[in-house]
Design a protein around this ligand. Structure first.
Ligand code: GP9
Ligand code: MN
Length: 676
């Protein structure tokens, strides 16, 4: 035995085999890669071998015992990459990409989440490194004098490359154009492994950065032609019905539609929201076939889509990677057309998701971030301010705004890992044994109660009747990793088809002067909200580049693209390129028409990406009156350090400049915590 390890090459092959097997074990145990045939099963097993040979092989070029150190260092780096993906996947059901890694501002608030995503048994994932270190210590003396001929590492490298080429050609045979067309990271990891995925991702990112440099004004024409062609004429009876009305838009964090009218232990989970859906006197219209269209950008993607009618990017969050692009967003449009004051309310700090940069490009006049709220310990849980104090403290801020206003209030408590204090838990958890799923109902109930209180306050303040009020869910809260528990909740196996159905989030809208339509079954997505709002206000959405269509229009398009290139229609659903009949959930052969629509979805996504990556709106003028947004006039953060609870005695800190823009006065910061 001892003799075997006298040679560095044996040590190297042990390292290769251990890393190869560890990667495979993790693919099988941690990721949900949906292996569909023998080729895929083989490639899943095979794909880490070439990466282990090629990357660890680099270490062999070092001389003497240093070769051992380099193999261990490279192995550790690869293992860290692998494990980071495991933790990330446990919540996001997705892999880390370069843009998500640059979202470091977000990591601070993630502490609680990360702790709940790791488990002590993960230590076994480091076992191979410990073995290698032990071997190194034991045998390094023998290696210091051993000379490896240059030919050996070169041979290892060549064998690695051959293995990779074989891998790639088998993958391409099973999935043509794998690297060219796919929007689904799962495919790349399944066929080529996590390490090659990381390289693919890096190349993609370099490519997209160069797209901005290379883009020119002609590029916008193709996008413009597409969106103008897709445009749906407004419903003449509703066009302009809400002109100049206040708009209150409420973001329901992680809220999926299955919660609506759901009963747990014989009790409604969200009685207040249910009453808006079920009681015709409330004048709300509820869309029960409304889908989120978000990807890795989660909340930020939902915001981007809802305020721009553009798609988020396939990787990372456009809020972060495209935060300085030119936009023609809803806040700026409302301000320019009808002199709205636009404000976002959110109990997290302003840099999260790069909001304090991108909101300037959107033309958000005021961002009431955490620095405007009382963030003392009893008010805060998980990511930030609890929803009840959030709404309570938002009321005076809302009342202080110039009217008409566009107020976007974003809740936070109903967020993974769904933490709720004893004092706030008014419904018992579910009993599936899966903690996230069980407490999901408790934070949903808390959010529901917070909403009821806010609606009462709005009524009391006289802001309810005459305002457009809109509520929407931003994205799923329970990922595919919880299928076992979700089966108990829904009473059905969570197949890929079923999982797509679970991507429904609620959309509720009340428009002054329009009777509620009850529950509408039309299929729609977050993309459709912005053109709908513009038309209600009497602003022609056709001037702007938008991929959605007005929900109240006869020409509304009833196909909802998902960011990964799949889509759903009233009749069928496409998941990972497989077509399912909505009525039966059974697989069906796609017709020509279905395939054509699939191409249209991919084309639409490509155009949206092209627009964001090329920053193409800088070349586009919607109409003669349009003034490009000047981000330099906006400044966010309550630098006075005075939180709203104490604000009553204070003078208002806003004043208008000559252009009618509302500017924050910037007294010296007194609270070090809120200084940047
Ligand atoms: C944080 C909140 C949560 O401010 O918006 O973001 P998410 O994790 O849902 O994207
Ligand atoms: Mn969210």
């Amino acid at each position: 035995m001892k003799n075997i390890f006298r040679s560095k090459m044996s040590f190297f092959f042990v390292a290769v085999i251990l890393l190869w097997l560890k990667s495979y074990l993790i693919y099988v145990n941690e990721f949900n890669l949906d292996v569909q045939n023998d080729t895929q099963a083989f490639l899943l097993f095979f794909n880490s071998l070439s990466s282990a040979l090629i990357f660890l092989g680099i270490g062999l070029f070092a001389k003497g015992k240093r070769a051992g150190i380099w193999v261990i260092i490279i192995d550790s780096l690869m293992s860290i990459l692998l494990y980071a993906n495991v933790v990330y996947y446990r919540f996001n059901n997705d892999y880390i990409t370069l843009p998500t890694m640059t979202q470091t501002d977000n990591f601070g608030s993630l502490g609680g989440s990360i702790a709940s995503l790791t488990q002590w048994t993960d230590i076994f994932y480091a076992l191979d490194i410990i073995v290698l270190i032990a071997l190194y210590i034991w045998f390094k003396k023998d290696w210091s004098t051993e000379r490896i001929s240059r030919r050996k590492p070169i041979l290892v490298f060549i064998i690695g490359l051959i293995a990779f080429s074989l891998n790639l050609s088998l993958a391409e045979a099973d999935r043509p154009e794998l690297l060219k067309r796919t929007f689904d990271r799962n495919y790349i990891v399944k066929y080529l492994g996590i390490y090659n995925f990381a390289i693919y991702d890096a190349i993609q990112n370099v490519k997209s950065s160069s797209q901005r440099v290379l883009a020119d004004s002609d590029d916008i024409t193709e996008v413009e032609n597409y969106t103008k062609n897709k445009f749906a004429e407004p419903n003449p009876e509703l066009f302009g019905i809400a002109e100049g009305k206040n708009i209150i838009k409420i973001h329901l964090e992680s809220f999926q539609s299955f919660l609506i009218n759901y009963e747990l232990h014989g009790e409604e989970v969200t009685p207040f929201l249910n009453s808006l859906v079920n009681d015709p006197n409330q004048d709300f219209t509820y869309y029960d076939n409304f889908f989120h269209q978000t990807e890795q950008g989660k909340t930020a993607d939902a915001e981007l889509i809802m305020d721009n009618s553009l798609y988020g990017l396939p990787q990372g969050s456009a809020f972060v990677t495209r935060g300085t692009n030119t936009y023609q967003a809803l806040p700026a449009i409302l301000h320019q057309h009808q002199n709205y004051h636009t404000a976002v309310f959110h109990g997290d700090y302003k840099s999260f998701w790069n909001r304090d940069e991108i909101y300037k490009q959107f033309g958000v006049d005021t961002y009431f971030d955490a620095s405007y709220y009382d963030m003392s310990e009893e008010n805060v849980i998980n990511y930030g301010l609890k929803d009840k104090p959030f709404f309570e403290e938002s009321m005076p801020l809302l009342e202080s705004l110039d009217q008409p206003f566009y107020a976007h209030l974003m809740t936070l408590t109903h967020h993974h890992p769904y933490l709720v204090g004893e004092e706030d838990a008014t419904i018992a958890p579910a009993e599936t044994g899966d903690k996230s799923v069980d407490t999901y109902f408790q934070t949903a109930r808390y959010l529901d109660e917070a909403l009821e209180q806010f609606f009462n306050d709005l009524k009391e303040a006289g802001l309810y009747e005459d305002s457009v009020i809109l509520l929407y869910g931003d994205h799923y809260g329970i990922s595919e990793n919880h299928n076992r528990a979700m089966k108990e909740i829904i009473g059905e196996e969570i197949t890929p088809f079923m999982n797509a159905q679970l991507q429904r989030v609620p959309l509720l809208i009340k428009v002054p002067g329009m009777e509620g339509k009850g529950t509408v079954h039309e299929y729609s997505g977050q993309m459709d909200v912005m053109p709908t709002l513009l038309h209600l206000l009497g602003i022609n959405a056709q001037d702007y580049i938008q991929f959605g269509t007005d929900l109240f229009s006869e020409g509304h398009k009833e196909f909802v693209p998902f960011r990964r290139g799949d889509y759903v229609t009233p009749e069928y659903t496409v998941v990972s390129g497989i077509y399912y009949d909505n009525a039966t959930g059974e697989e069906i052969e796609p017709t020509e028409e279905m395939l054509k629509l699939k191409d249209e979805v991919l084309h639409e996504l490509e155009l949206s990406d092209k627009l964001l990556n090329g920053d193409l709106l800088r070349f586009y003028s919607p109409n003669d009156d349009w003034t490009p947004v000047d981000p330099s006039i906006y400044r966010y953060g309550n630098e006075s350090g005075v939180v709203p609870s104490k604000q009553e005695e204070e003078e208002s800190v806003t004043e208008e400049n000559e252009d009618g823009e509302v500017e924050e006065e910037q007294p010296e910061a007194t609270n070090p915590e809120i200084q940047e």
